[in-house]
Design a protein around this ligand. Structure first.
Ligand code: ADP
Ligand code: MG
Length: 390
């Protein structure tokens, strides 16, 4: 998705006030009645309506008058609220090029005041999975927490909590810097996703390292659930970093074994196809089967390392949130499994970056006038859960 942060610089205090009012209204309305936006924003002389027109022009809100005159935030509007909050907190000062388009996210480079470059992941739950879910709309209409804004925020919070906890246990993951709304700021991982790597000096070593990670995760009570060539980064020294954690589940999940086997299976399949590890075994005179018999099984993993539950709670991710997002993931996983079957469900993903032209980083110095924007409304900065409709 195009993210023209320039517009952010021209938005006034009132623009942000009304945008925040829309966000607050969305806690219990899919479409927020214009009157409610006006009431929350509390601008004088019908100012809200004028501002709404400006926000609409900039595609920060969407106008819907099917049932009543109302508005909802667009992803862009939500992006701007998160970016503004993080910039005001001094987490970063500018936004650069897009470095990744994930299944359910957009990744950008951002830079701090000191010039350090970090990665910003904007979660976009609903971009793919909700398409499938839409067919179940009747059912979802009755669900209290069905709200892309809420789910994207949960996904970000979960990812942040897992990244922090895993980093704390010495796993090779990006450093978790900050989280706001649907946005996670983390260190920039050097290198490229494994899917872009055509050749490795030591494919066997990398293969063992990666398998070792799946096993170590399980020893800590966790399964990645999307462990594949898109979510493993390799740098020039062939150092491995794993990314992308919103879908992780506990080894006590009812489908744990299937997820574990699928993660391991993805790695085997990719390495066999790209680096011909098994064929090499055949040339050595050893059997392919032998390689297969070494394949780690869920049953063989010892849960020795203790569970990460405590670390996760310390990062602000509660059991209730865990349960809610797992429920959503389960529903989508069933769709995904039935629609993807054997060939990689990931093949449709577009990968950008790598050799993309570096683009000038847009400075986001926000003027004094802006930085005072809606302090009384911005309580929603905190990451406390927000069950949508009552
Ligand atoms: P999704 O959940 O949408 O799949 P990912 O977290 O896997 O999103 O990110 C998508 C792509 O963005 C990755 O394949 C990778 O190329 C890039 N990316 C993500 N996080 C980082 C990071 N911290 N540093 C560098 N590149 C990243
Ligand atoms: Mg990914």
């Amino acid at each position: 998705m195009k993210l023209d942060v320039n517009a952010l610089r021209y938005l006034s205090k009132d623009d942000f006030r009304v945008l925040t009012a829309c966000e607050m209204g969305m806690r219990n309305h899919e479409i927020v009645p214009a009157e409610l936006v006006d009431r929350i924003a509390g601008l004088k002389h019908g100012g809200t309506y004028k501002v709404l027109r400006n926000l609409l022009k900039n595609k920060l809100v969407h106008h819907d008058c099917k049932k009543y005159d109302g508005y909802r935030l667009t992803y862009l509007g939500y992006d701007f609220l998160a970016i503004k909050t993080l910039v005001n907190r001094g987490i970063f000062a500018s936004v650069g090029r897009q470095i990744g388009v994930g299944k359910e996210s957009d990744i950008f480079e951002v830079a701090t005041e000191d010039g350090e470059v970090l990665a910003m992941k904007l979660h976009r739950l609903g971009r793919t999975s909700f398409r499938a879910v839409k067919s179940k709309r009747d059912y979802l209409a009755h669900r209290r927490s069905f709200n892309w804004l809420y789910l994207s925020r949960l996904a970000a919070l979960k990812e942040f909590a897992f990244m922090k906890a895993l980093g704390g246990r010495g796993f090779p993951v990006p450093t978790a810097v900050e989280c706001n709304r649907h946005c996670v700021i983390m260190s920039l991982v050097p290198g490229y996703p494994l899917v872009q790597i055509k050749e490795l000096q030591n494919p066997d070593v990398v293969f063992d390292t990666i398998l070792g990670l799946v096993i170590r995760l399980a020893e800590h009570g966790l399964i990645h659930c999307d462990f594949n060539e898109f979510n493993i980064m390799i740098d020039d020294d062939e150092t491995v970093t794993m990314i992308d954690f919103p879908q992780m589940v506990s080894v006590s999940h009812r489908n744990a074994e299937m997820y574990f086997d699928r993660d391991i299976g993805c790695i085997y399949k990719f390495f066999n196809k790209r680096f011909r590890l098994t064929e090499k075994g055949e040339q050595d005179g050893s059997e392919t089967d032998e390689d297969e018999s070494r394949r780690p099984s869920f049953q063989s993993v010892q849960r020795s390392a203790g569970s990460l539950d405590k670390d996760l709670a310390a990062s602000g991710f509660t059991r209730k949130e865990q349960a809610e997002i797992e429920k959503f993931i389960d529903e989508n996983a069933e769709e995904a499994i039935s629609s993807s079957d054997d060939d990689d469900s990931t093949s449709e993903r577009k990968i950008e970056g790598g050799d993309a032209e570096p683009v000038k980083i847009n400075s986001l110095k926000i003027t004094d006038q802006d930085s005072t924007g809606v302090p009384d409304l911005i309580a929603s900065d905190s990451n406390e859960p927000e069950t949508s409709s009552e």
